[in-house]
Design a protein around this ligand. Sequence first.
Ligand code: ADP
Ligand code: MG
Length: 402
Amino acid sequence: MGEYSSLGEVSGKRVLVRSDLNVPLDGPLITDEGRIRASLPTIQALASAGAKVIVTAHLGRPKGAPEERFSLRPVAKRLGELLGHEVAFATDTVGESAQAVVAGLGDGQVAVLENVRFNPGETSKDDAERGVFADQLAALADAFVSDGFGVVHRKQASVFDVAQRLPHAMGGLVATELDVMRRLTQSPTRPYSVVLGGSKVSDKLGVIDNLIERADALLIGGGMVFTFLAAQGHPVGKSLLEQDQIEACKGYLERAATAGVRIVLPTDIVVDTAFPSADRDPQAVVVSAAAIPEDALGLDIGPESGRLFGEVIAESATVFWNGPMGVFETPAFAEGTRAVAQALTEVTTRGGLSVVGGGDSAAAVRTLGFADDAFGHISTGGGASLEFLEGKTLPGIDVLED
Ligand code: ADP
Ligand code: MG
């Protein structure tokens, strides 16, 4: 219980734990339970120490009011199965049900409160409104443990404000994640490669900006590739393109050249004439990255690029990867992502540090059949890890430090 020693004896105390249980759902089915599993150790440690554990978390993006499809009930049920004992569930966030459930908790028992974002105070930009909600959350507990790494970049009531109202400590998951992120930013073992993909360049500009001079190689795939190809003057057909970021991409290409950092772009692309959909079989065709036809849509990096990316990654001692290389949800466009994942596992095997960040990237490696322990670390927080790598301060971490 070393990490929670700042809280003193927790036995018999009500401890509010902010976890990240924001798992992808397909109807009531949990399609990747990685975040639930990652939340277990802290909950278990506190329960074993005799605390009355009250878990608060969010799911999806409800608009400050209850919505059945964003209920945490199925998640609480799964959490109970994984813990091996019943978990009480409150049907509201801080109301009558929450108060009754907390009052009924015995030492070492666990309760989950309904989706914290069903209350508009959680995400309010108004400090006073958030404060009122944080007061109500704090009234349920004697201490607070912050363990939702996926939300520590958010100034939200259950992440930030509640920590100002209760004795608080950093959870083990957040501590581990921070440790890995620090290893990536403070003198990483070289060669250091950063692989970026996913759908939007604009989401990841800050990371490129902060890492361009620190990494030895920056490999770019996914939907953001096309803005870089456009910056090099190539046609991109109907592929995803962020016109307003072309100039920024040109700037990065120039800065990388000046700094002697290698920017690796795909040489071939897998295209189709339409985005994958249920009513149409994919027609995957490989074309040169420099000559994407007008009616084509780039959906994955090609096989030659997969090999090239694989080689550069496998030679690295440290690698951070965020964002799938293609629309991996469709098997015909998953091979680029598979090649990158495979290369990361080789880095792990040789004793290097391989880190996967991002919700979809984590889901992708699991969907493709890779074991979690084939990677040095799979981060539970996409946005938080990116903001950390951008060099930003994270409000949910800052607040724990004073
Ligand atoms: P992460 O959650 O790992 O940070 P993102 O959310 O940025 O990743 O991006 C994931 C999404 O990017 C996936 O749903 C994937 O289908 C999509 N994607 C990847 N390549 C392309 C592409 N070429 N065109 C459109 N979408 C793409
Ligand atoms: Mg995502």
